[in-house]
Design a binder for this molecule. Structure first.
Ligand code: OAD
Length: 231
């Protein structure tokens, strides 16, 4: 079976009703990114940041995967698929994808403030626990924090993602502005023999000289078109 790697970003969840970050009316217009999504922001005002992610987490209860996520899962019938996502939502899982690497963490999980990547203290929240409060403690006694990779922090899963990208026969970039590294750099690991597709309704500036087939559509329609081209 051929290996297909998907690099997804906020745009794949837009049709489910989750805001992207950098489009007009995106999240970073309403909330200063360094305040709510950096380690410095968390240290300056943990409560504000915890509440910001409580809101994002609770939103998961109101949204559903869209056709874009569903077709990513359906590709598993034809290819050995790995989804590398920058998204912290759980819509790829809920659509049925099996191999998912969350580069920027997961909203449904919490961890230690002392050592966010210590697996002993990473815990999946049940829906009734989705509201984390100041004073809630991780197993090591530190404040429980969202299991999110913030600006200024390591991206522990980038190595796993790069190994997958290297093996890709087909690499699909969907719904990401390719602004954030190291995620955007994954394309550099993809073999020149691989076919690269981009699904995005807008032009995306990608720093490469290689051929990329741009399917200039939203996630659902774009994934349908991709299926027609490769299956
Ligand atoms: P961006 O908001 O930067 O980019 C979203 C992309 O999705 C843009 O290229 C849009 O054109 C595209 N888009 C919009 N609607 C779409 C649709 N219906 N179908 C397909 N594409 C659509 O989001 P990301 O690139 O994911 O990190 O952002 C990367 C990281 O920056 C995020 O993971 C987050 C953020 O800061 C952290 O918070 C650590």
């Amino acid at each position: 079976m051929k290996k297909l790697v998907i690099l997804s970003g906020a745009g794949i969840s837009a049709e489910s009703g989750i805001s992207t970050f950098r489009d007009s009316d995106g999240l970073w217009e309403k909330y200063p990114v360094m305040q709510v999504a950096s380690i410095e922001g968390y240290e300056a005002d943990p409560e504000l940041v915890i509440n910001f992610y409580n809101e994002r987490r609770k939103q998961l209860l109101d949204v559903k995967p869209n056709q874009g996520h569903v077709l990513c899962a359906e590709l598993e019938k034809y290819f050995d698929v790995t989804v590398v996502t920058q998204n912290v939502d759980n819509l790829h899982e809920r659509a049925g994808s099996h191999k998912i690497i969350h580069l920027h963490g997961e909203l449904t999980k919490v961890c230690s403030s002392y050592n966010p990547n210590n697996p002993r203290y990473i815990r999946e929240l049940k829906p009734e626990e989705f509201e984390v409060k100041m004073g809630d403690k991780a197993g090591d006694g530190s404040q429980l924090r969202p299991f999110i990779v913030w600006f200024g922090e390591d991206v522990p899963r980038i190595g796993d993602a790069a190994c997958e990208a290297e093996k890709a026969d087909i690499f699909v970039i969907i719904g990401t502005s390719m602004n954030v590294y190291p995620a955007a750099g994954l394309l550099n690991y993809v073999s020149y023999n691989a076919d690269v597709y981009l699904i995005d309704p807008k032009d995306v500036r990608i720093n490469t000289d290689r051929k990329i087939t741009h399917i200039k559509k939203g996630a659902s329609e774009g994934m349908k078109e991709l299926m027609r081209l490769i299956v």
